[in-house]
Design a binder for this molecule. Structure first.
Ligand code: FES
Length: 78
């Protein structure tokens, strides 16, 4: 499904751009990572939701113990 019509980005494109990241990037960082930038901004909520889903999935994988790169990036490490 296209989530950003200005840049013709699908949810799959966004998820793939996040797959190698251990942090929770900003929307601007997501756009930069895909070589484009926000234009009208209508897609921001959708992209934030995808970033949140990605972060939650990573937290499920590690259990939130603070031992992985994702936890350290979110400041959960002890
Ligand atoms: S829909 Fe993404 S910047 Fe316009």
């Amino acid at each position: 499904m296209i989530v950003c019509s200005c840049n013709v980005l699908s949810d799959r494109d966004v998820r793939e751009s996040l797959s190698a990241r251990a942090d929770r990037p900003s929307v601007g960082a997501v756009f930069r990572n895909m070589g484009c930038e926000a234009k009208c901004g209508r897609c921001v909520r959708s992209i934030v939701a995808i970033v949140d889903q990605h972060a939650a999935a990573r937290l499920d994988e590690c259990g939130g113990t603070g031992d992985c790169d994702s936890c350290r990036a979110d400041g959960l490490a002890a």
